[in-house]
Ligand binder design. Structure first.
Ligand code: SF4
Length: 421
């Protein structure tokens, strides 16, 4: 996902390390396959990170591979393969690319499609989907892919949290959702135990859960250093530095990465080293995935004195103390409640402001904390989850908050190039 055709100039040394880390993730799943270690297709923000790491399962990140194909300008042929099977272009393009890839691999009798970017993605031993965490393709992508790998079993858990209701405190029903989520997590453990003949190491699961708590804190502590003027890091880099949080959560390497990033940003702040030479406008990347093929465009903004000290996209964590978690001894309850409290974190604020919604409250918090002058919403024809509701959020933001400048943008294909609109 974070690899680009040409190396983009990054503001931080941490972001510059990420393409190699993404590559290492893919080398790891191909190598594990060769060595007969279990490999699972997994999806970003799946709530299984601790379980996978505690059971030594090597994740092969399905969306990440589609992102790599896109960054390499090589997704078109896989999308066309999927279309030849009547998959609609209106599907999530990450899923469509992955389905086209697997259709082709199946056509070749299990061989990797020719010149697959980075040598391809390992054929998994099993697939782990999580419906509603984040989206419905987490149900259907694994099921559709099984057409092309009928011998590969899938576990598709459901993970829900209380929906927002302006007349109800979510804590009144939270326990009910918690019980359900814990049962689903037990289900994924039982499934992996059956597939691998390995037993869960509960002490290790607890250790990994502690490590994830610390990683969330370190991630937020590092990112919040960007509040400083001039900001030492902006969204162009954050689209790389999200990789350890999204794809390496539960590893010491992910924690160390954010600790190094924290130290690096502290040094930059001390030296008053900003992303833009003359920082004049502070923008919030309000929603949407970035154009992976044009991350260098953030430097265009920087050249005009505009920086993005904060973004909603890929900020899938919060400081643990802000979630007000009770003391729980069961690691599965801790994992489930951490996610649930994260997803419902902005509910209380939304109830206090007439006409607001949690996602907008989150934007308002960032606007105020990071001294934001305007909000950019990027509409990409790719992941459906992270782009639905953008127009509504922008409208509500103006209605309930203030007349802050808002820009909606997208990239339009012109021949072989993409133009910013
Ligand atoms: S819609 Fe988004 S989150 Fe869901 S599978 Fe597609 S890329 Fe992943």
């Amino acid at each position: 996902m974070a690899e680009e055709r040409k190396q983009r100039m990054t503001a931080t040394a941490a972001a510059a390390k990420v393409p190699k880390m993404v590559r290492a993730n893919f080398t790891a799943n191909l190598k594990a396959k060769e060595e007969g270690r279990p490999v699972a297709f997994s999806f970003i923000v799946n709530c299984y990170d601790e379980i996978l790491r505690a059971m030594d399962i090597v994740p092969a990140w399905a969306e990440s591979y589609s992102g790599i194909c896109a960054a390499k300008h090589d997704a078109g042929r896989f999308l066309e393969k999927a279309e030849s099977q009547n998959f609609s272009r209106s599907l999530c393009t990450y899923a469509t690319c992955g389905l086209g890839f697997e259709y082709w691999r199946n056509e070749l009798g299990g061989e990797m499609p020719p010149n697959a970017p980075w040598g391809g993605i390992a054929r998994p031993d099993f697939i782990l989907g999580t419906g509603q965490m984040l989206c419905d393709p987490r149900y259907k992508w694994p099921q559709a892919v099984q057409h092309y790998m009928r011998d590969v079993p899938a576990y598709i858990g459901g993970f829900y949290w209380p929906p927002y209701d302006e007349n109800m405190d979510q804590r009144e029903v939270e326990n009910y959702y918690l019980k359900y989520a814990v049962e689903e997590l037990k289900g994924v453990i039982a499934f992996i135990e059956k597939q691998t003949q390995r037993k869960m190491d509960w002490d290790k699961l607890e250790e990994v859960t502690d490590l994830v708590d610390r990683t969330w804190d370190m991630f937020i502590d590092a990112y919040e250093l960007r509040k400083v003027r001039p900001t030492p890091m902006d969204t162009g880099d954050a689209m790389n530095t999200m990789v350890p949080l999204a794809f390496m959560l539960g590893t010491q390497e992910a924690y160390d990465f954010y600790k190094d990033l924290y130290d690096e940003l502290k040094d930059k702040i001390e030296r008053k080293e900003g992303v833009a030479e003359d920082e004049r406008y502070r923008l919030l990347w309000g929603a949407g995935l970035p154009p992976w093929f044009a991350l260098g465009d953030f430097q265009y903004f920087n050249s005009k004195g505009a920086v993005f000290p904060v973004e909603r996209t890929y900020r899938e964590a919060e400081r643990i103390d802000r979630l007000h978690l009770p003391k729980l001894s069961d690691p599965l309850e801790r994992i489930a409640l951490r996610w649930m409290r994260y997803w419902t974190h902005w509910y209380d604020a939304a109830r206090k402001r007439k006409g607001s919604i949690p996602e907008v409250e989150r934007l308002i918090e960032y606007i105020e904390d990071y001294q934001i002058d305007g909000v950019v919403f990027h509409k990409a024809f790719s992941c459906r989850t992270w782009h639905s509701g953008i127009v509504l959020q922008a409208q509500i933001l103006k209605e309930v908050y203030r007349e802050i400048p808002i820009n909606h943008n997208y990239y339009k294909r012109c021949g072989n190039r993409y133009k910013y609109q």
